[in-house]
Design a protein around this ligand. Structure first.
Ligand code: NAP
Length: 329
């Protein structure tokens, strides 16, 4: 029997929201039902372009619409806590952009609320749900490259140096760690299957006090080291390499959005391509729908405990590199 159409509501129709809408359009039994924006023109234009039936100028009104089955939150990091709390308290399942919140204390409260209210909550770490990552998982599980010892990655883009943009704005929890660092941290967590037991980090800070570049080294209980750099200063190679004693796996750029990976063992290489159906967000959206329909409160692909561990680590790294946001003083 066909599923009932799944109605998504969207808060904050900005840049990344379009990629969510593109992915959603490729899912047969789901639709962008409602859009809420503080700016009526922006909300209307986004809904018209993407087939949204309803446009709200208040986030509360969307969340209280009984036709909305789940909400995707695409506002800046600093608003995720308040927006997600609004949804959870109204009993609406949430797929919220990364990072789930700006610190672990907020994440802990959201997880407690989701469980208390019996409502699904997922941080939108779409990378884990991409088809190429299923191939990488298979190579790792088969032990193709032997015991792992090193993960190495760069995530760097030269961004416009506009102080008002959220990237450099401390009031909006700017900086590379929260924006990009979630990818190497959560992908390493996914590869190793553990959380780091120790770390080191160095950063270059902006005049506004956020990190323009952060380099981190994570050490896992099983001995694996993950070294990563996130940067607003240069256009980097943006591959991830996973090294084992018998060879390596290369996740081709951009590794967090990858469609291609190479397995290299004893000088023999196999490259696999796994194109995405739309922009790539469709897989995490399908996973959220699958979990919600099954009555789950979290996705086994990105659990609450994993999100919380990553937020705790980012708190510690921020403390190490000296990034403290004004709203945390
Ligand atoms: N998964 C990914 O690959 C990916 C990529 C990029 C970004 N992201 C995440 O997505 C989130 C949004 O990023 P974005 O670049 O799309 O943001 P954006 O375009 O700057 O803004 C998105 C929406 O947030 C609201 N907003 C923007 N600036 C605001 C401010 N100063 N105060 C209050 N509300 C504001 C607006 O909502 P209204 O229309 O309601 O006013 C806007 O439409 C971030 O948390 C980011 O980490 C994820």
């Amino acid at each position: 029997m066909a599923n009932k159409r799944f109605n998504w509501g969207l808060l904050g129709p900005g840049r990344i929201a379009q990629q969510f809408a593109d992915g959603l359009a490729s899912i047969d039994d789901a639709a962008l039902y409602a859009v809420a924006s503080s700016n009526p023109e922006r909300g209307k234009a986004f809904a018209e372009k993407n087939g949204g039936e309803k446009v709200y100028t208040s986030y509360e009104a969307l969340v209280n619409d009984p036709q909305v089955d789940a909400v995707y939150i695409a506002t800046p990091h600093t608003m995720h806590f308040e927006n997600t709390m609004l949804c959870l308290n109204a009993g609406k399942p949430v797929l919220c952009e990364k990072p789930l919140t700006v610190n672990a204390a907020e994440t802990r409260k959201l997880i407690e609320t989701a469980r208390g209210q019996n409502v699904f909550l997922l941080e939108a770490l779409w990378t884990r749900f991409l088809p190429i990552y299923a191939q990488i998982r298979q190579w790792l599980d088969e032990g193709s490259i032997g015991d792992l010892h090193l993960i190495s990655s760069t995530f760097g883009f030269s961004i416009p140096k506009d102080k008002d943009e959220r990237w450099l704005n401390p009031e909006l929890a700017g900086g590379t760690l929260l924006d990009m660092g979630v990818y190497p941290i959560s992908t390493s967590q996914w590869v190793v299957g553990q959380n780091p037991e120790s770390f080191g980090a160095k950063a270059i800070l902006s005049e506004t006090g956020v990190d323009l570049m952060t380099s981190g080294v994570l050490k896992y209980p099983n001995g694996v080291i993950s070294q990563f750099t996130t940067s607003f200063l240069s256009n980097d190679v943006n591959d991830m390499f996973i090294y084992g004693v018998n060879g390596y796996i290369r996740i081709h750029a951009n590794y967090w959005a990858a469609t291609r990976a190479t397995l290299s063992v004893n000088d023999t290489e196999i490259t696999v391509n796994r194109p995405v159906r739309a922009g790539g967000f469709e897989y995490q959206t399908e996973e959220a729908m699958r979990c919600i329909r099954a009555g789950l409160l979290e996705s086994p692909g990105m659990t609450h405990a994993q999100t919380l561990a990553n937020m705790e680590l980012m708190d510690h790294i921020r403390s190490e590199i000296g990034v403290r946001y004004p709203f945390e003083q």
